[in-house]
Design a protein around this ligand. Structure first.
Ligand SMILES: Nc1ncnc2c1ncn2[C@@H]1O[C@H](COP(=O)(O)OP(=O)(O)O)[C@@H](O)[C@H]1O
Ligand SMILES: [Mg+2]
Length: 305
C-alpha cells in the first residue's frame, strides 16, 4: 500500500504483509516523523446527525384544473393520518373543496389565519384523528389582493402565517388552485416538495411543461423547492392511449414518476358523502392507489399491510 508522510510528503510503498499485527503507527524513513498508519474514519458531517426539525411541507400543484389535485391532497393527507402521522391540510383554493371532501362545515380558515382576524387555534379544525384542516374558500380572494398590495415580501405571506402553527405536525399538505396567482407563488415559497398530478391526456402534458417553466423562475429565488413526485392520474386502460403518455412521462422525468392513480368512479363519488376514499370504499382501486402513494412518500413499504 502507498503511504504519504504528512510532514515531508514523501511517498512510501509498504508491503502490507510485513506490517506487524496491531501496528498503528508508521515512521517516515526520510524525515523520521511518526504518524498514524491508517486514516481514521471521517467524522460524520454534523448535518447528517442533526435531527430534522419541522414538518415535511408538500405542495400539490399544477396550473391546470381537474387533474386530481384536491382528490390527491385530501386522500394523501387522510392516508398519512391513518398511518399515524399528524397532518395539517391547507387549502389555498378559493373553491374551498377540501372542506367539502372531508364533510366539514368550516366558519374560518386560512384567510383568518393570514389576516390575523382570529387566533390561530380558531382557524384550524380537526377533521379526523391526526388530521387538521385550514380551510380555503372565497374569502381567499381578499388575501390575494392583500398580497398584491404589499410593496415587498408579499411572496412570504404564507410562510409567515404557517410557520408559527406548523411545528406540531409531521406533514403539511397544501392544495392549490388551478392557474397561477399570488397564492400559488406563495405556496412555492413555503413548500420544499411538490407533487404534480398529471392527468393522462396529451393536453395536460403541455400543462406540465408550462408549470415547470414557471417553477424554474421561482427556483432562481428559492432553490429549496423541488418537484419530487409526478403523479399520473386518471389511468384508464379502456379508453384513450394512456400507456403512450405514461411512457413519455417516464422518458422525460424518470424516477420522479410515481405509480399512477387509476380512474376509479369511487373517487368521484366519495366527495358527495364527505368521506375520504379510505372511508367510502376501502377496498377500491382508488383506496389501493392512494395507500401506495402514502407508502412512496413515507418510504415505508410495510404500511397498511
Ligand atoms: N382517479 C380518479 N378517478 C375518477 N375520478 C377522479 C379521479 N381523481 C379525481 N376524480 C374526480 O375528478 C374531478 C376533478 O378532480 P379534482 O381532484 O377536483 O381536480 P383538481 O383539484 O385538480 O381540479 C372530481 O370530480 C374528482 O372527484
Ligand atoms: Mg382542486
Amino acid at each position: 500500500m502507498k503511504v504519504i508522510c504528512p510532514q515531508c510528503k514523501k511517498e512510501h510503498n509498504i508491503d502490507e504483509s510485513k506490517i506487524p499485527v496491531g501496528a498503528t503507527v508508521a515512521q517516515c524513513r526520510a524525515c523520521g516523523h511518526r504518524f498514524p498508519l491508517f486514516e481514521p474514519a471521517p467524522e460524520p458531517a454534523p448535518e447528517a446527525e442533526a435531527p430534522k426539525t419541522g414538518p415535511r411541507r408538500i405542495g400539490v400543484t399544477l396550473s391546470k384544473g381537474g387533474v386530481g389535485k384536491t382528490t390527491t391532497s385530501v386522500n394523501l393527507a387522510a392516508g398519512l393520518a391513518l398511518a399515524g402521522y399528524k397532518v395539517l391540510l391547507v387549502d389555498t383554493d378559493t373553491q374551498g373543496q377540501a372542506s367539502y371532501l372531508l364533510g366539514q362545515k368550516t366558519q374560518a380558515g386560512l384567510t383568518e389565519l393570514v389576516t390575523g382576524e382570529l387566533p390561530a387555534a380558531e382557524t384550524i379544525v380537526q377533521a379526523r384523528e391526526n388530521l387538521w384542516l385550514l380551510a380555503g374558500g372565497r374569502s381567499l380572494a381578499g388575501v390575494k389582493r392583500m398580497i398584491d398590495r404589499k410593496d415587498f415580501g408579499g411572496e412570504l405571506t404564507l410562510v409567515e402565517a404557517l410557520e408559527p402553527v406548523e411545528k406540531d405536525f409531521d406533514f403539511v399538505i397544501v392544495d392549490t388552485s388551478p392557474g397561477w396567482d399570488p397564492l400559488t407563488v406563495n405556496v412555492l415559497f413555503y413548500v420544499f416538495e411538490l407533487i404534480t398530478p398529471v392527468s393522462l391526456e396529451v393536453m395536460t402534458l403541455q400543462g406540465l411543461v408550462e408549470f415547470l417553466k414557471n417553477l424554474s423562475s421561482i427556483q432562481k429565488y428559492r432553490s429549496e423547492v423541488a418537484l419530487n413526485y409526478i403523479l399520473p392520474t386518471f389511468l384508464d386502460k379502456r379508453i384513450k392511449n394512456p400507456d403512450a403518455i405514461l411512457d413519455k412521462l417516464k422518458d422525460l422525468y424518470g424516477e420522479y414518476v410515481c405509480t399512477p392513480i387509476r380512474y376509479n368512479v369511487r373517487l368521484s363519488e366519495s366527495p358527495a358523502y364527505g368521506k375520504t376514499i379510505f372511508e367510502y370504499a376501502p377496498g377500491s382501486h382508488g383506496s389501493q392507489d392512494y395507500r401506495d402513494l402514502v407508502r412512496k412518500i413515507t418510504g415505508r413499504p410495510e404500511l397498511f399491510s
